[in-house]
Design a protein. Structure first.
Lengths: 265, 316
């Protein structure tokens, strides 16, 4: 018994080191300079010709804010409708929304590129955000529907009998009750939009519209000669820190999102 | 407040027989309209950004559709061209090979980790977090991280292997040879996604009632027997789900190859989605890209439907 416990600890520790090592290494490599330690790599990340510019960071923040806001808006209303109302076409719309998961990303992005061109949103942050919101909908609406379904009916009915209008009920009574779901949905919308690479790569053409992820990757792909690896690691750290901070503070919402996403199948 | 409400709430229930005829129906239609109004934004989003593009990609696949000129009908040229496209053939073969390798390795690692951390004991929370933490880093960032980690310039991997004498001289992992480039991507994907799949398998493991294990222990079953006869069969729906996610994800691989190996050396690690991207934005032929997309889409939908059928049958 005791020996198996030691074996377990040693295996676990070795694996933990293996999984944590790349993260720790990138932090270390990003501050390591030729002569010692310093922020030179970060300096090059933000000043070199192909580097990241402040407006790239702002673009990322704008896309994240639009995506989080839009996802929360659409998914809250949608989740409320699916969880609490019966109307014709309800099950069909819910199924079609979930079907977004069955149709992979990459296969319809070419069409989305053409479509955004038609409605004048080609190469815009709004167009990109709308697409990202759409891809968030299956998970978000599923999550919000379950959250609304779990709210006791008495709560809603008592509010209505008190003369609360439907919108008032939603905002004042229901929203506080589904807060955990909202946090999870918002968190995942942020993480996706902040780190997403493929959709911005296809939908954004001009370098001044690039998100930070795109700009950092561009430092690798646009360089024909030598790659500035140290500045790249600085970029990796810059991108990862917000996500890791969120992870540290919201681990529970994180895990709930992943496991509920898993059960849905 | 409750004293005022509760008698009123009981009223409809008491008089249900008399009242179902008029009031509730009117209320129901009002509720239905409210529901439609609330579902409106979702319906618009799904219709405009999912259903329309879905039809459009099919429509585009029937046309010669240059990026910058008006489209002309040319069906079924985009589909017949796929067969003649040497790059599509090699990319298909590579994508299938990659999918098999990743699915086998990732499943083995994820299941191993899940079994390692399935019971509560001191330190288990830390291990779960450590294995899952890579998931917090975006996949594109993770690819860049490994580009540096595996590089000879600043990465410690080559130095480490040289120190223990496994390799000598200069080794370029991500672009040296087809196998080492594939290997680099595999290691990256294992690192980044093992914890995620571990978490899904863990929820499945924890849903198995402890009494069953207890009964097996009383019957004197060995650890291996318990695993083969109890854990694996009861975990089957979760395993099916995890395998589906892995296969779908691998067939659509892009970021890791685009960033880590650039599809090289000599297109040996060019995946199907990379070919779609190249047809559309380098060769500027959107029709051809749409044609390949439609075929890929068809394969994945068939795969998913079969998968769903299998899942249904097993759970019933």
């Amino acid at each position: 018994m005791n020996r198996s416990r030691i074996g377990w600890s040693v295996t676990g520790a070795a694996l933990a080191i293996l999984f944590l090592f790349p993260l720790l290494w990138s932090g270390w490599a990003s501050v390591r300079t030729g002569s010692g330690f310093g922020l030179e790599n970060y300096d090059r990340l933000f000043t070199s010709d192909n580097g990241v510019r402040p407006h790239h960071v702002i673009n990322s923040l704008v896309v994240s804010a639009l995506t989080v806001g839009g996802t929360l808006f659409v998914a809250t209303l949608g989740g409320y409708a699916f969880g609490r109302f019966r109307f014709p076409g309800r099950d069909l719309l819910f199924l079609v929304t979930l079907a977004i998961l069955m149709v992979p990303y990459a296969t319809i992005l070419i069409a989305l590129y053409v479509l955004l061109g038609w409605i004048g949103l080609e190469d815009t942050l709004i167009g990109l955000s709308l697409v990202l919101i759409m891809f968030q909908l299956p998970f978000s609406i599923f999550m919000m529907r379950n959250s609304f379904e779990a709210v006791p009916h008495e709560l809603e009915e008592s509010a209505q009998l008190d003369g609360c209008a439907s919108v008032g009920t939603l905002v004042r009574i229901m929203l506080p009750a589904v807060k955990p779901g909202l946090i999870t949905v918002g968190l995942f919308a942020f993480l996706t939009s902040w780190s997403e690479f493929f959709a911005p790569l296809i939908l954004l053409n001009s370098t001044d519209k690039f998100t930070t992820t795109l700009a950092v990757v561009n430092m690798r792909t646009a360089s024909h000669g030598s790659i500035d690896y140290a500045a790249l690691e600085a970029g990796v750290v810059f991108m990862a820190v917000p996500c890791l901070i969120l992870f540290a503070f919201m681990q529970r919402s994180y895990v709930r999102g992943f496991t509920s996403g898993a059960i849905k199948g | 407040m409750t004293t005022v409400i509760s008698p009123r709430r009981e009223q409809p229930a008491a008089q249900a027989g008399r009242r179902t005829v008029r009031r509730p129906r009117k209320r129901q239609t009002r509720r239905a309209w409210l529901g439609i109004a609330y579902a409106g934004p979702a319906a618009v989003m799904v219709a405009l950004f999912f259903l329309v593009p879905l039809v459009l990609v099919g429509w585009m696949s029937l046309h010669r559709w240059p990026l910058l000129a008006p489209p002309t009908f040319n069906a079924p040229e985009n589909f017949t061209d796929i067969g003649d496209n040497e790059l599509v053939r090699s990319a298909t073969w590579f994508t299938v090979k990659y999918t098999v390798v990743i699915t086998v390795l990732l499943f083995a690692v994820a299941l191993g980790l899940a079994l390692l951390v399935q019971h509560r004991r001191p330190g288990v929370g830390f291990l779960r977090t450590a294995f899952f933490l890579p998931m917090a880093v975006g996949f594109a960032s993770a690819s860049l991280l490994f580009l540096g980690l595996l590089s000879d310039e600043i990465g410690p991997v080559s130095d480490l292997l040289r120190a223990v004498g496994l390799i000598d001289g200069y080794v370029s992992w991500t672009s040296g040879s087809a196998n080492s480039a594939l290997g680099s991507a595999v290691v990256l994907v294992l690192w980044r996604f093992a914890g995620f799949n571990m978490l899904i398998l863990l929820t499945g493991l924890q849903a198995i009632p402890p009494e069953i294990y207890e009964a097996a222990r009383v019957d004197g079953a060995s650890r291996w027997q318990t695993f083969r006869r109890i854990t694996l069969p009861l975990l089957r729906p979760t395993i099916a789900l995890v395998l589906t996610l892995m296969v779908t994800g691998s067939l659509l691989a892009f970021d890791q190859f685009w960033i880590l190996t650039r599809g090289g050396p000599d297109n040996s690690t060019t995946s199907l989605v990379m070919v779609i991207y190249r047809e559309a934005f380098i060769r500027l032929d959107l029709g051809s890209a749409a044609g390949i997309s439609v075929v890929l889409l068809g394969v994945l939908i068939v795969f998913n439907v079969i998968q769903l059928g299998v899942l249904r049958r097993r759970s019933s």
